[in-house]
Ligand binder design. Structure first.
Ligand code: F55
Length: 816
């Protein structure tokens, strides 16, 4: 770009920012104020995206092409401003423009709130896939709910998690475009009424319903410098007019307004449970609300293309179910086709199955969604009837295929009977889809051979794998500018959209010059994190210590507790000060616990209590520090990951479906200490086993041990160090004010069978942690491993994952 043209871009940006400050916000541009200029910049950037977004949407329409509907009750996009600016290639110009007003671009970007419209991995994955669909030009949309309150805001009070409301829309977000003219009615309750059609056929209609309106709110998702902008459509509940009238006519004004307000509760709040769904009526209403609105949008677009027959629907539409949360959509599409469009059952079912695909994200039995038939039948009477009919047809087929196998029939039935009739949503999703995938090779094998074994017997062709991926834009280019620059300085910038090119870094792994530059960048990132910790917690940490990082939702299967046992063991060794010295280490934790998950909340308290004791003990001084960073979110992950030396991925083998944090760390040059679980298995294969710290029982060994009888007490009695650590927790060494506080934690391990096999893996974990320390002391060797981790992470790009979905499941080609 010539200097003059550059100048014109900057001048135009400046004009637009000031124009928006004055005319859009109605604020005085002088003197420049950060909050105002932040919003002025947002609107300026938004203008530049909107045009491309309209063009993209028009191009889908013109191409009459099949489109992907990625349906997810959760999205975790992270902050938008820098993502948009970088996608547009405007970073330098924006920097210069705001600098001329005496402002700093990074400061402005920090003004933005994180949209916490998800719990964790599942929601973040949806956002990575949106980014990749936009970058790879896969025509499609994301669909979900615009919650007023996202995941709660976590503070730590006296070591305990405290939940606060996250009212992220308090000030209107510049990124959410409300489309008041796209409003659809969504029905609830009422009953299914039978009638005879003109031909004397029995048919059903859903009557006497209550109606809520769904308003479309759109968020743009740009591809990386390709002019493509995909749409994420999130529905907001708005009360319906007729609902009001009914009450007003009865003269019940207050009742009318109250009913109006209550109907808008549907999109009020995200349920904060991951991996243990709550069977609440409001949650079911959320699911159906966004599914019903989305299908009206799908049908509107389908009709716009003048299709003569619904048989073409699967050539125009592919719906990916992000877990079972939108699985009620299968019954909804059947209702539309059979009740509204008068298709015969078999034809409708064929269309339905060709349209849907289902991604499973968990094998934890308590995480599989079921709805009591009574509840589902009350809220969605016609859908329950349809589900019974789907099940009837399906089981008839099973009986034909496997005569006399009533055991099989019972195990695959969509309707379960134990503990009252209930609908198994995973079974509905499997039966109603043409593809079922797990999210890592091991996980897909487990669902095919164990969790859904009986389905795989009946319909083996449906089961497949798509290993998760992460977007290199946010998770390297954006969050780690220094490392990105270093990488680009030797291999160019193509890796940003073709991550396999990172392989070209491998030859530099032994280059002493390059190693030094790599170390410099990593040290700089660690300093930035140390500064952040100082600012947030008032705690000084030393950037030259080993940064050991465990950040993710707090859950027993993720085994933060195992990490704590290592910390306590290390602490005891340092105090004893016998044997080999240990290199100084800072152990970071962050993560939220579901508000109703008592054990997880107690683990947070334990981490904080251990931190308090360790950090205050002069005997260990600066050799060991423990940090719990409150309110883990996408933006915090972006700060922490580039500074990590060691990535903790230590779930009980067989329990973490994939993990995606594991990929983010390795991509940024952290080394993994991990079990053979989820995508760890593939990461280890990719980066090389010599560049990965493996420990622990395998999934098969865990199963055998569980079957043959596992006695955690025996291990406890035999390991002095373990016994000491557990005794300290149990007797109040970390909670002198309440000595019995952590008893439930120790009991879960010693008295209740240690379901997550913490003790079974303890010894191996401690040993491998020692190997980590030895490796860390060899700076050149460590740096080499770090470079090779980054170099070999190409396959974990979400571009690769999305292209696999596109060609194997969606049968959609990228737009030219
Ligand atoms: C949210 C709500 C409910 Cl009701 C159930 C689960 C969740 C949830 O957040 N699950 C989740 O995040 N699962 C994770 O999905 C990731 C993406 O596939 C996986 O990497 C991770 O292993 C899995 O736990």
């Amino acid at each position: 770009m010539t200097g003059q043209k550059q100048n014109r871009t900057v001048e135009a940006l400046k004009d637009d920012i000031q124009r928006h400050v004055a005319l859009t916000l109605g604020s005085d541009p002088f003197p420049p104020r950060k909050e105002h200029y932040y919003l002025g910049l947002c609107y300026t950037v938004r203008d530049r995206l909107v045009e491309k977004w309209l063009d993209t949407q028009r191009s889908y329409y013109d191409a009459i092409t099949k489109r992907v509907y990625y349906m997810s009750l959760e999205f975790l996009p992270g902050q938008f401003l820098m993502n948009y600016i970088q996608a547009l290639g405007l970073e330098e110009d924006c920097r210069e423009a705001v600098r001329d007003f005496g402002l700093d671009l990074d400061d402005l970007a920090e003004e933005e709130w994180n949209p916490g419209l998800g719990n964790g991995g599942l929601g973040r994955l949806a956002s990575c896939y949106m980014d990749s669909m936009a970058t790879c030009r896969i025509p499609g949309y994301g669909y979900g709910i615009l919650y007023d309150y996202g995941i709660f805001y976590q503070t730590i009070v006296n070591g305990f998690q405290q939940e606060g409301a996250d009212n992220w829309l308090r000030q209107d977000s510049p990124w959410v475009l409300r489309r008041g003219h796209f409003m659809y009615p969504v029905h609830f309750f009422g009953r299914s009424e039978s009638y005879r059609d003109g031909a004397g056929q029995e048919r059903f209609r859903w009557v006497d319903t209550e109606t809520v309106m769904a308003m479309a709110c759109d968020i743009m998702v740009p591809g990386h410098r390709n002019g493509n902008v995909t749409n994420m459509r999130l529905w907001k509940a708005i009360s319906s007019r007729d609902f009001e009238l009914e009450h007003f006519n009865r003269g019940d004004y207050i009742g009318a307004v109250q009913a109006k307000v209550e109907s808008e509760n549907i999109s009020k709040v995200l349920y904060p449970n991951d991996n243990s769904p709550v069977g609440r009526e409001l949650r079911l209403r959320q699911q159906y609300f966004f599914v019903a609105a989305t299908f009206q949008d799908i049908m509107r677009r389908f009709r716009k293309n003048n299709y003569s027959s619904f048989d073409c629907l699967p050539e125009q539409v592919t719906v990916q179910l992000n877990d079972t949360h939108p699985a009620i959509g299968i019954a909804e599409l059947m209702r539309i086709l059979v009740d509204e469009e008068s298709l015969v059952w078999e034809r409708a079912w064929d269309i339905c199955r060709r349209t849907f695909a289902y991604t499973n994200h968990t094998v934890l039995p308590e995480a599989l969604e079921v709805w009591p038939a009574e509840l589902l039948g009350r809220v969605l009477p016609r859908h329950l009837q349809i589900i019974f009919e789907i099940n009837h047809h399906f089981l008839e087929g099973v009986r034909r295929q496997f005569p006399g196998r009533e055991d099989l029939v019972r195990s695959v039935s969509i309707i379960g009977e134990d503990g009252g009739k209930h609908v198994r949503m995973a079974h509905l999703a499997i039966v109603g889809s043409h593809a079922v995938n797990g999210v890592a090779a091991l996980h897909s094998r487990i669902i095919r051979d164990k969790l859904f074994r009986d389905f795989a017997l009946i319909m083996p062709e449906k089961f497949t794998n798509v290993t998760n991926g992460i977007t290199p834009r946010r998770w390297l280019y954006q969050c780690n500018p220094a490392l990105s620059e270093l990488i680009s300085s030797v291999i160019g910038e193509k890796w940003v959209t073709d991550l396999s090119r990172l392989e070209e870094l491998a030859p530099y792994a032994d280059d002493p010059q390059f190693q030094l530059r790599w170390q410099e960048v990593r040290r700089r990132n660690k300093k930035l994190l140390a500064r952040y910790v100082l600012r947030k917690l008032g705690l000084g940490i030393n950037p030259s210590t080993l940064f050991d990082v465990h950040i993710k939702r707090i859950h027993e299967y993720k085994r933060q507790l195992l990490n704590v046992l290592h910390v306590i063991t290390l602490y005891n060794r340092l105090r004893g000060q016998n044997g080999q010295p240990h290199p100084p280490r800072t152990v970071f934790f962050a993560g939220k616990a579901a508000p109703g998950y008592q054990q997880a909340k107690l683990i947070i308290k334990l981490i904080n209590s251990v931190a308090q004791v360790v950090n205050a003990d002069p005997a260990v001084g600066s050799v060991l520090k423990v940090v719990f960073l409150p309110n883990y979110c996408v933006s915090q992950a972006e700060r922490i990951i580039p500074a990590a030396d060691l990535s903790q991925q230590i779930s009980t083998a067989g329990m973490e479906a994939s993990g995606t944090g594991n990929m983010k760390f390795a991509l940024n040059g952290a080394l993994t200490i991990g079990t053979l679980d989820g995508a760890n298995v593939e990461i280890r294969e990719a980066v090389g086993e010599e560049n990965f710290f493996l420990f622990g029982r395998t999934e098969g060994e865990v199963e055998t041990l569980r079957r043959e009888g596992y006695d955690p007490r025996e291990i406890y009695e035999q390991s002095l160090e373990l016994k000491k650590a557990l005794d300290m927790i149990a007797t109040g060494a970390f909670s002198p004010e309440a000595p019995g506080l952590f008893r439930p934690i120790v009991d879960s391990l010693l008295s209740h069978g240690d379901y997550y096999m913490m003790l079974a893996d303890y010894e191996d974990y401690i040993k491998v942690q020692r190997r980590v320390e030895d490796a860390y002391l060899d700076a050149a060797g460590w740096t080499r491993m770090s470079i090779l981790n980054t170099a070999h992470m190409g396959m974990f790009s979400s571009d690769r994952a999305v292209m696999e979905y596109a060609s194997n499941i969606w049968k959609v080609a990228p737009l030219p």
